[in-house]
Ligand binder design. Structure first.
Ligand SMILES: Nc1nc2c(ncn2[C@@H]2O[C@H](COP(=O)(O)OP(=O)(O)O)[C@@H](O)[C@H]2O)c(=O)[nH]1
Ligand SMILES: [Mg+2]
Length: 202
């Protein structure tokens, strides 16, 4: 049982869309989640919202090309952005991703922040840096979350978090609170992440 979500806070899938025509009205404070394919985005959304299969946990990376909107408690919107960087469809995917992101990032007045998921074992990749630069250009704050921390034992984990934090601090224009390390399998970090999300959504 996940304690992070008050039991009266219901979440539901609203719609999936690739361009502004299909987006729901931007009437709520909104947080978007982004990251490489397979970084653990769907798993994290499911854990945060305490739902087993709200955001599909995909075994086929690179599939989800739409922007998926979830209403949370009918007061917030959580947005699952398309994953990037899946090698086999890279060029294809990149074009779609560019178009979708351009459509989304220019048009969401309620968007408070973008959570960028980074696999703790991989660190920041070029595509993550490209997203960070795009967000800086569009004036959207972002927050780094390290995923799958359960895959590392305590010493290498601590070192990896330290390295990732240092790498994040080197990203031009970065000025937000520290990396939040989480695991969707053990729920570590979930309280802290919820706390940050609430602060952002206030
Ligand atoms: N060990 C571990 N595996 C995870 C975690 N989160 C996701 N995974 C696994 O990573 C794979 C991709 O997860 P998914 O949520 O579909 O990633 P997405 O492509 O970013 O949406 C799946 O096999 C998940 O079970 C985590 O916190 N710990
Ligand atoms: Mg997914």
């Amino acid at each position: 049982m996940n304690q992070h979500l008050p039991s009266d806070l219901q979440s539901q899938f609203v719609t999936g869309a690739v361009d502004a025509k299909g987006f729901p009205a931007a009437s709520f404070p909104e947080i978007a989640f982004a990251g490489r394919s397979n970084v653990g985005k769907s798993s994290l959304l499911n854990r945060l919202l305490n739902r087993k299969n709200l955001a599909r946990v995909s075994r086929t990376p690179g599939r989800t090309r739409e922007i998926n909107f979830f209403s949370v408690g009918e007061i917030w919107m959580f947005v699952d952005l398309p994953g990037y960087g899946y090698a086999k469809v890279a060029r294809d995917q990149r074009q779609i991703w560019d178009r979708v992101m351009d459509n989304y990032l220019g048009r969401r007045s309620g968007l408070r922040a973008v959570i960028i998921l980074l696999d703790l074992r991989r660190g920041i990749t070029d595509l993550d840096l490209a997203l960070m630069a795009l967000l800086a250009e569009k004036g959207h704050p972002w927050l780094p979350v390290a995923t799958k921390i359960d895959k590392l034992k305590s010493n290498p984990r601590r070192q990896a978090i330290k390295n990732l934090q240092e790498a994040v601090l080197r990203v031009p224009g970065y000025g937000l609170p520290p990396v939040i390390p989480v695991s969707s399998h053990t729920d570590e970090g979930m309280d802290l992440l919820w706390q940050r999300l609430r602060e952002i959504l206030k």
